[in-house]
Design a protein. Structure first.
Lengths: 348, 273, 137
């Protein structure tokens, strides 16, 4: 069956937006630390406005259905070193191999105890993906999430140690996704294992982004209002948007520490930039910072590909037989004197 | 002659003024338009009634938790059902009685399950309408429930779902939404009023004034009811500055109830930590 | 030069590719030491999330019919391809190979599900160009 690529060279051509206001939007911290990225935004901004379609009230039309699934890995494979871009041929070869790679399995192995993803159409190569010539979504010379500050690392290690041996004690030990509390609806947007689909809706003064997995919707006002009170922590954070030419800039704060992104804590601050270089593509850039976790902000960029809609309902807790079954399975193991499968905690 | 003409003119003016007053009193409210010329329903809305407790007329009553006493007693309400009668088929009346008797265990809302349509509209939480051209999104604060209202040509629902399969169109100033594909697992309220998977709901959202919508929903379900019936209520705009939906992610509040029996002995719940 | 670059890319993939089932470990629920093969008649398919569930009546060696529950994948990708709740009607004869639940109940993980004639239930494996694979919408 043919692989469904969105192999767009435009994935690496920059949307040009009017210059005014671009630098102001970049967090002050990033202006000193992310000079290269700031220069990149400015370079993109110079030049004529894009011919993006408009909503009736004159805003760029970002609405529609899209997938965040991509062949570009989140972090750069270590053996690629400082190589930030493939040639188009290398990118195509990498994408092909990445889609074909499947976890090895065999009878009686843990990996074999799984429904056949392909039979349900859930394999990455059975669905639309975006591609690109970047070697990683994380941009810059390292292309990897920066190391975590020592104090933050200590907190993470302590948390992991506290859960070790308790992975199946109760539902709270299973992680937010398995508990059906939240999946990947919080910014920055990254693909999950499957159903990595979003719907962007636009109404007067608002942009909404609905994620298919557990039907989460981020509602982003663009009227310049302040964030909610700091005492309110939200699993999806609190988003505020404004337009810079044809780019929607979204600033999100007030995160709950429980929905950690790559180690982030409650001081997570995400700035995203959305634009639409073509009818079939969104260009998506993000800045991640959390001063108690990383000593500097880090950046990401990817293409998001248009798909046919609609999203299908992913009601989760309503059908979560698996949570009960995991716990009863663990109790059955314990009754036999077997430690419940510790490998599960690592995400098998 | 001139005096008579003058007095006739004055009379005419008075008559015209009277006619104009009557006409404006009877003319329906015309909502402001969006940029594409449709009635503008954008905003944050909420019902102000006790229909979630019981969609029929009901007096106040003691609540289910003794120690919460007046804090969690059942408030009264005049009901939202037109004619106050829910026409269950004779065979279905017993199921309603059974639901009512077991409601604080069997109501799907207890488990933070999605509320379905029309219950989502009158849950005691705000919801937001984001009105695009090809779609209207209705995002509910309760359990992050969300509905996409497709403004195109209706198609059949491929599966049943909790929040249904919705298509919308305009009739004058009213947004009319046709909802099919609803599963049989939701209730209409906490009083055990229920339906089958044959449920078909037709909603109408009609602007009544700048900050009020009139909501009506016609319920058809030949497997449960002997005829169609209707609910109606106003929906009020949240006019406070910077109104927004927050998160009521109640799944974790129901977790111990759902899974507490299967946890390892000696461990305890960890709600919200 | 190009060949080296592509070879590097290949290495990178092996390092980067990781199973993405991090949300749910089936080895906690189902026993890798208890493989099972069930042949039965579908009584109901629940087209739900996070996993679909197929209920089948299985006639045991003693002639008694027992209802089993078999776990499948999220149905959303099938729905995107035009499958509907009518696509696996009650009465369909199916064969399931998988692993049995750890707690001894009549539940299994449906690793391979086929019709009685061997045809795959929904989609073929990737790359086989299976005839019963429907085009994605």
């Amino acid at each position: 069956m043919s692989n469904r690529f969105v192999a767009k060279a435009s994935a690496v051509m920059f949307t040009v937006v009017p210059l005014a206001g671009v630098l102001a939007a970049v967090p002050a911290f990033a202006q000193s630390q992310g000079k290269a990225q700031t220069a990149l935004f400015a370079k993109e901004a110079a030049g004529k406005a894009s011919a993006a379609p408009r909503t009736p009230d004159g805003k760029p039309d970002l609405s529609g259905y899209f997938t965040t699934s991509t062949t570009v890995p989140f972090e750069r494979p270590k053996d690629l070193g400082a190589k930030e871009f493939f040639t188009p041929e290398e990118a195509a070869a990498y994408a092909k191999r990445s889609l074909a790679a499947k976890a090895p399995t065999g009878p009686g192995t843990y990996a074999d105890v799984h429904y056949d993803m392909a039979q349900f159409g859930l394999e990455k190569d059975q669905n639309k993906v975006s591609t690109g010539i970047r070697t990683s979504i994380v941009t810059g010379p390292e292309g990897r999430v920066p190391p975590v500050l020592p104090a933050a690392r200590q907190r993470q290690v302590a948390k992991q140690a506290a859960n070790r041996g308790h992975e199946f004690d109760g539902p709270e030990n299973r992680g937010l996704a398995e508990q059906c509390i939240v999946w990947n609806g919080a910014p920055p947007m990254t693909a999950g294992g499957y159903n990595s689909n979003i719907q962007v809706s636009q109404g007067e003064g608002y942009v909404a982004i609905t994620s298919e997995m557990i039907h989460d919707t981020r509602i982003i006002p663009t009227d310049g209002r302040p964030h909610v009170d700091p005492s309110i922590r939200l699993l999806l954070g609190d988003g505020r948007g404004h337009w810079e030419g044809d780019t929607l800039v979204v600033d999100t704060t007030n995160f709950s520490a429980r929905n950690s992104f790559r180690g982030s804590d409650e001081n997570l601050h995400v700035v995203e930039r959305f634009s639409r270089p073509s009818a079939d593509t969104l260009k998506y850039q993000f800045t991640v910072e959390d001063p108690t976790v990383w000593d500097k902000p880090w950046f990401g960029e990817m293409s998001i590909a248009k798909i046919d809609g609609p999203l299908f309902e992913y009601a989760c807790t309503e059908g979560n037989y698996g949570m009960r079954n995991n716990l009863t399975g663990a109790r059955a193991d314990e009754a036999k004197g077997i430690k419940p499968n510790g490998r599960a905690a690592l995400g098998e | 002659m001139q005096n008579r003409l003058q007095s006739l003119s004055i009379a005419n003016i008075a008559l015209l003024a009277l006619i104009a007053t009557c006409a404006s009193a009877q003319a329906p409210y015309k909502a402001p338009r969006t940029a594409d010329g449709k009635p503008d329903l954008n905003g944050i809305w909420q019902a102000l009634n006790t229909a979630d407790w019981d969609i029929q007329a009901h007096a106040a009553a003691a609540g289910p938790v003794f120690s919460l006493a007046a804090d969690f007693a059942i408030p009264p309400g005049p009901g939202i059902v037109e004619g106050n009668e829910i026409p269950y088929l004779p065979a279905m009346a017993d199921k309603h009685k059974q639901n009512l008797a077991n409601r604080f265990k069997d109501d799907p809302e207890v488990k933070c399950y999605l509320p379905g349509v029309p219950r989502a509209t009158y849950m005691p939480y705000p919801f937001q309408i984001i009105q695009g051209q090809k779609n209207i999104l209705i995002s509910y604060e309760y359990a992050s429930a969300v509905r996409n209202i497709d403004m195109g040509k209706p198609t059949p629902a491929p599966v049943d779902s909790w929040m249904g399969w919705s298509f919308g169109h305009w009739e004058g100033d009213s947004l009319v939404i046709d909802v099919t594909g609803l599963n049989d697992k939701t209730w209409f309220d906490r009083a055990g009023n229920f339906h089958s998977d044959a449920l078909h709901v037709t909603e109408r959202y009609t602007p009544r004034s700048a900050d009020v919508l009139m909501y009506e929903a016609t319920i058809e379900d030949p497997k449960t009811f002997s005829r169609s019936w209707k609910i109606s209520m106003p929906l009020y705009r949240h006019v406070e500055k910077n109104a927004q939906l927050l998160e009521f992610k109640c799944v974790e509040f129901a977790e111990e109830l759902l899974y507490g029996a299967y946890r390892k002995k000696g461990t305890g719940p960890n709600i919200g930590k | 030069m190009k060949k080296i670059a592509i070879a590097l890319a290949a290495t990178s993939i092996l390092l980067a590719a990781a199973p993405l089932w991090a949300h749910h470990s089936f080895a906690a629920e189902f026993d890798p030491q208890k493989p099972i093969k069930l042949t039965g008649t579908v009584t109901e398919m629940e087209w739900i999330n996070p996993h679909s569930w197929i209920h089948i009546d299985v006639k045991g060696p003693d002639g008694k019919v027992v209802n089993w529950m078999v776990e499948g994948g999220s149905p959303n990708a099938l729905l995107r391809r035009g499958f509907t709740k009518a696509s696996l009607p009650a009465g369909s004869e199916i064969v399931i190979e998988g692993y049995q639940a750890k707690d001894g109940s009549n539940r299994a993980n449906g690793r391979d599900i086929t019709f009685a004639d061997g045809k795959r239930l929904f989609l073929g494996s990737t790359g086989t160009g299976s005839p019963d694979e429907k085009p994605e919408k």
